[in-house]
Design a protein around this ligand. Structure first.
Ligand SMILES: [Zn+2]
Length: 102
């Protein structure tokens, strides 16, 4: 299974997964193509399964995975990424503080 991540901050272990609304079945904008419906359903299902697998695997390896959707405000998304990185940096500095996992 091919693993793909869009941006990785190696030191902080923060990964950013950017997802297209159509290809990754965004809850708001995911559509079902009518032509070749079965083939598409199959393909998009595989994408979603791969997304879940990627997030699960990275989380197991100690990464924070920030999922950014195509429809999101880039400013808000970058704020979220920034916060995750800052939280990681704070965690890296503090040796006794347990990192809060949402
Ligand atoms: Zn969307």
């Amino acid at each position: 299974m091919r693993q793909r991540i869009d941006i990785a901050f190696m030191t902080e272990k923060v990964a950013v997964d950017i997802r297209g609304c159509f290809w990754h079945r965004c809850a708001t904008h995911g559509t079902k193509p009518k032509a070749n419906a079965d083939r598409w359903a199959d393909k998009l299902d595989r994408n979603v399964a791969r997304d879940q697998h990627t997030v699960q695997r990275l989380t197991e390896l100690g990464w924070d995975v920030i999922v950014v959707w195509e429809h999101e405000d880039p400013k808000e998304a970058s704020e979220r990424i920034r916060n995750a990185i800052l939280a990681r940096r704070a965690g890296l500095k503090a040796t006794t503080t347990e990192r809060a996992v949402p």
